[in-house]
Design a protein around this ligand. Structure first.
Ligand SMILES: [Zn+2]
Ligand SMILES: [Zn+2]
Length: 395
């Protein structure tokens, strides 16, 4: 399982847990059925409205009874009373919110007086908005209704109108954002974010370290390659050398004919080129431009297994013109400036060199072919007809 999958699984788990926590804190609305006979008429008025909200700790079952008002109305006093005739019939206590005591206190005051349910109406100025009350330590049904509806009931009761009430359970809804779920989601989010950030910091630190190690290795390889190339035999051409003759080959890298005074590097395969041409070439390609022998390998510079999968050209090596580019531009400039027969042979050589380079580059991955040749390259001892051969090693 990849790290990405693991993270997605973790996020999914947290989401499932948090939705579970949100469902635990569901809330129930309450239908309040009120019936009374107004003093000016003999008709009973019925009203049914889903306007209440059960408290968190309230049992959710229906209750029916006559409504009695608390005295004092906030039920915060020790001697809170409910003016009602002595009877064992179930009744509902009506209490106003606020005045410095808790919901638990108000509800327990009602319970002490024998109420089956406590209906608490909201503060002044809250219209008909309700909240879900928290009232640990109570046992009777507790419902909150809006201030406007509560005040209507208070007015009726204060005018000695008998009010009957039935509280019914309304819709039970999942509360998406309770305090606990908000806290839980916040903590989960924080943990996931922190873990993700830590993971990415770790990941990028590791990558940075790898890059640094690789750069260090490449630098070492480059230094080794430079040192090895410096050990190649060097000769300076003199007047009358057969390489400077009209039938002699030209340098396969720059396609220039050899002239007296040119400094040549002789590779382990006995092919020779301009020193200035072949050194950057070897740094970039490792192999002889003509026969594809791995010259650096022959000189004892082995490529790492890790190195083989990486681009071998480091950024500062880009300053050398790439072989094909160099050949191409050079052949063009030659044919443009010398439109004679000699220039034609140059551009022919250039194009053939260009093609052969392309062909051999495609041949590149066939390592065994190269190794077969390489044995020959390493075994063969260089022989020079030219007495001007200089055996000096560049350091
Ligand atoms: Zn050259
Ligand atoms: Zn060669």
């Amino acid at each position: 399982m990849g790290p990405c999958c693991r993270w997605m699984l973790a996020v999914w788990c947290v989401q499932v847990c948090s939705s579970g926590a949100a469902q635990v804190s569901a809330f129930s609305t309450a239908y309040i059925n009120v019936s009374f006979v107004p003093p000016e008429s003999n008709r009973t008025i019925w009203r049914r409205e889903e306007m209440g909200l059960y408290g968190i700790e309230s049992p959710t079952y229906p209750v029916t009874g006559t409504v009695y008002l608390a005295d004092p109305i906030h039920a915060c006093a020790n001697d809170t009373r409910f003016e009602r005739p002595p009877s064992s019939a179930p009744w509902v206590a009506l209490v106003q919110r606020g005045n410095g005591c808790t919901f638990t206190y108000k509800i327990n005051a009602a319970a002490r007086n024998g109420a089956s349910a406590a209906v608490i109406f909201n503060d002044y100025g809250t219209d008909n908005r309700v909240i879900q009350m928290s009232h640990p330590g109570t046992s009777i049904v507790a419902v909150m209704i809006g201030n406007a509806r509560g005040m209507e009931l208070v007015e009726l009761l204060q005018n000695d109108v008998s009010v009957s009430m039935t509280i019914e359970v309304g819709l039970q809804r999942g509360l998406w954002m309770s305090h606990y779920s908000v806290l839980f989601i916040s903590i989960s989010f924080f943990i996931i974010t922190t873990a993700t950030v830590c993971y990415f910091i770790f990941y990028f630190a590791q990558r940075l370290n790898n890059i640094r190690r690789r750069n260090h290795k490449q630098k070492q390889m480059k230094a080794k390659a430079k040192k090895a190339i410096g050990q190649l035999k060097v000769r300076t051409l003199k007047q009358g050398d057969q390489e400077t003759g009209p039938d002699a080959d030209s340098c396969a890298v720059c396609i220039e004919s050899y002239k007296p005074g040119d400094v040549l590097s002789v590779l382990t395969c006995n092919h020779f080129f301009h020193k200035a041409c072949v050194e950057p070439w070897l740094m970039e390609h490792r192999t002889c431009p003509m026969c594809k022998c791995d010259i650096l390998k022959a000189l004892g510079v082995e490529m790492d297994v890790e190195e083989q999968h990486m681009p071998t050209v480091t950024s500062d090596l880009h300053s050398f013109p790439s072989s094909t580019e160099y050949l191409h531009t050079h052949s063009e400039s030659v044919s443009n400036t010398h439109p004679n027969s000699e220039s034609h042979t140059h551009s022919d050589a250039a194009s053939s060199g260009y093609e052969s380079l392309h062909a051999t580059e495609q041949l590149g991955p066939a390592e065994h072919t190269r190794e077969g040749l390489e044995a020959v390259c390493v075994e063969m001892q260089p022989h020079y007809d030219n007495p001007a051969f200089e055996n000096e090693a560049r350091s």
